[in-house]
Design a binder for this molecule. Structure first.
Ligand code: GAL
Length: 414
């Protein structure tokens, strides 16, 4: 693609001599507004600026990105898409099908992405064979975070089964500690739910229920048990949980008000941004059970006019996948690099555990896409599931009713 060759007068900078180049510009829509997230996205802003780019920030607050996706739709409908957008999983394909994504294959090929990205990640970044998104990281979703002092003071080890978790939570509650820091927002309910489904049902069941949407799995006794565990967890959250942002829940664990949080490793980004040390101040462990739920953040470029914007897209895509950014960004973000050739020596124990488990689960077939973070299903299907999960969590709905509603909602979501 010879984007630079067609720069128009309004978008060019006259370089020394007679050659002309477009100045890279990018308006970037993302939802990274918490302490750890903001520190992480600043790494990209700085790299973009130091490579001659001008960054226009379009942050849309709201964990999990629901508000950001609403803002995106409004912008695209108005015929004014942002240059680059934090977008992931099947949503990339959905936007591609609407014919609004730019093709970044020329950058991907020049930078040799196919050689440094695992095939499973590359698959999400491709649309009918062309590269349509650039991966930033791999977040793991199925984590429990704990306040180390609170556990020690109450004689509690990190739980390795859901029964152990419940026993620990009962003990903490009796001691006046909030067992589970949680924010009652639909995407946070969904995050906890998918770790429970994975833990109670196992990886094969997760695949059948929340990836393949098999009606038998959705209405099975195993799914009933998963909702039973959600009801138990509901009893461990404090009464002010409704609407709370995820990073405020993380802060409750940090300051010892609560013992545990079940959340992806962007929570680690919050602990780190607050100067906390893993293994000392806070503990990380995968949620009980086998498997690994992955959540790959990525950026897609939208079709925009102007060689400055196109130059901005190319530069952003190149920087995002380059080794330096993959390392520094992920040290802040709590995730691990998407590239396989970035060493993890400078990464902490939680990141190293994540990488190890990712390798092992990839080999055993239990590396699974997160439904709650938009990696497994189309938006309408994921939304249908989450509506039921949230309705159940916030009422006295029985588990039997919940599984029936789940199957009905999924059937109506196609
Ligand atoms: C996830 C996203 C993470 C983090 C989190 C909370 O969906 O992948 O990067 O930002 O939401 O906002």
């Amino acid at each position: 693609m010879k984007r630079f060759a067609f720069a128009t007068v309004s978008t060019i900078a006259i370089a020394a001599g007679s050659s002309v180049v477009a100045e890279p510009q990018a308006e970037v829509l993302h939802w990274w507004t918490s302490g750890g997230e903001a520190k992480s996205v600043a790494v990209l802003q700085e790299e973009f600026a130091s490579n001659g780019g001008t960054w226009t920030d379009m942050p849309v607050a709201g964990g999990g990105g629901d508000a950001a996706m609403t803002a995106l739709r409004a912008r695209v409908l108005a015929g004014n898409a942002p240059t680059a957008v934090q977008l992931k999983g099947p949503a990339i394909q959905e936007w591609y099908e609407e014919g609004v994504l730019a093709d970044i294959s020329s950058v991907a090929e020049a930078e040799g992405w196919a050689d440094v990205l695992p095939a499973s990640i590359a698959g999400h970044m491709k649309c009918e064979g062309t590269w349509c998104a650039a991966p930033v990281n791999v977040h793991r979703v199925d984590w429990i975070w704990a306040n180390a002092d609170v556990l020690a003071a109450n004689g509690i080890e990190m739980p390795t089964t859901w029964d152990e978790f419940n026993a620990a939570a009962d003990k903490l509650q009796a001691a006046g500690v909030i067992p589970l820091a949680h924010g009652g927002q639909a995407w946070q309910d969904a995050t906890v739910f998918e770790t429970v489904v994975l833990g109670i049902g196992g990886p094969e069941f997760f695949q059948k229920a929340l990836v393949d949407l098999d009606p038998e799995a959705l209405t099975s006794d195993t799914m009933v048990q998963a909702f039973d565990q959600m009801r138990t967890l509901r009893g461990y959250v404090d009464e002010n949980f409704s609407g709370r942002d995820w990073n405020l829940a993380t802060a409750m664990v940090m300051n010892g008000e609560a013992a545990f949080q079940i959340m992806g490793d962007w929570a680690k980004g919050e602990f780190l941004a607050a100067g906390k040390t893993p293994g000392e101040d806070f503990l990380c462990a995968s949620t009980p059970g086998d498997g690994y739920l992955y959540n790959v953040d990525s950026f897609a470029m939208f079709d925009v006019d102007g060689d400055d914007k196109k130059a901005g897209q190319d530069l952003l895509a190149k920087l995002i996948v380059a080794p330096n950014f993959q390392k520094v960004f992920n040290l802040n973000k709590g995730s691990i690099p998407a590239r396989t050739d970035v060493g993890l020596d400078d990464f902490d124990i939680c990141a190293n555990l994540s990488a190890e488990d990712m390798g092992a689960t990839s080999a055993s077939g239990s590396l699974l896409p997160s439904y709650a973070h938009g990696m497994a299903l189309r938006g309408s299907q994921a939304g249908a599931i989450t509506d039921v999960v949230t309705a159940h969590f916030n009422s006295d709905m029985s588990s039997a009713d919940a599984v029936q509603q789940l199957a009905d909602a999924v059937a109506n979501s196609y």
